[in-house]
Design a protein around this ligand. Sequence first.
Ligand code: ATP
Ligand code: MN
Length: 265
Amino acid sequence: KHASKIRLDDVKDTQTRDKDKSDRATSEQVLDQRTRMILYQMINRGVVSEVHGAISTGKEANVYGAVAFADDFSKVYRAVKVYKTAILSFKDRERYITGEHRFKAGADKGNNRKMVKLWAEKEFRNLRRIHSAGIACPEPLQLKLHVLVMGFLGDRRGWAYPRLRDANIPADEAEQTWSALYIQLLGIMRRLYQVCKLVHADLSEYNILYHNKQLYIIDVSQSVEHDHPRSLEFLRMDIKNTGDFFRKQGVDTLADRIVFDFIIT
Ligand code: ATP
Ligand code: MN
């Protein structure tokens, strides 16, 4: 029923800003046999119809743009996050995993592939919770092993929204917009904590996308439940990082301590 075109071999670079980087990722065979099989399966099921070039190539995951067809055959964009199984940086993740009760069953720190699967699962579950709470974030759509398909945050021509750090806000409305965005983020953090019972734990201008005065929260694989033994430490870090960023934009921010109390009570 659906057109089944896959362009994994001639990955077209439709939107990445850093072309060299994504070319390198392609030639490095990031899409191994196992990953390609998962993508073929997803194509057969119509979850996606085409997988395009990398939107982002990172240390732990690559994010690809993809196209699917809606029931009326109109095109919709999707994002496919592929976690890397051969990661050298598992130590960085250790502190998020230890003390996370959702990780207890199945966590086998000697088995990379299993750990990456758990990691992807965690992002998927966190996204579900965040999305159901009405916080703007990608809609989680499908998960298979280390491959996660989610809604695409971008415009109808397939351009992904910029990260908050790259947001292009006109100078004449900058002051007003930045303080409104700061207030918006405080509300999001509080809702994340109070409704989702989560602390993002890597919140910064790099993991927030921006479009049309709206903030979108992404990258929640390391987010922890608020009963995690270090969740308040992570929350303080999130408050500091985002506060520092908004202070740099000239926003008259609240003291981190005040924000902390606002979020947890
Ligand atoms: P790494 O840390 O290895 O770089 P990451 O875990 O940080 O990868 P993400 O932050 O989730 O990965 O995504 C990387 C980038 O991909 C984001 O900064 C954003 O530009 C883009 N991106 C991620 N998800 C989406 C989405 N649903 N829609 C559009 N763009 C996205
Ligand atoms: Mn990120």
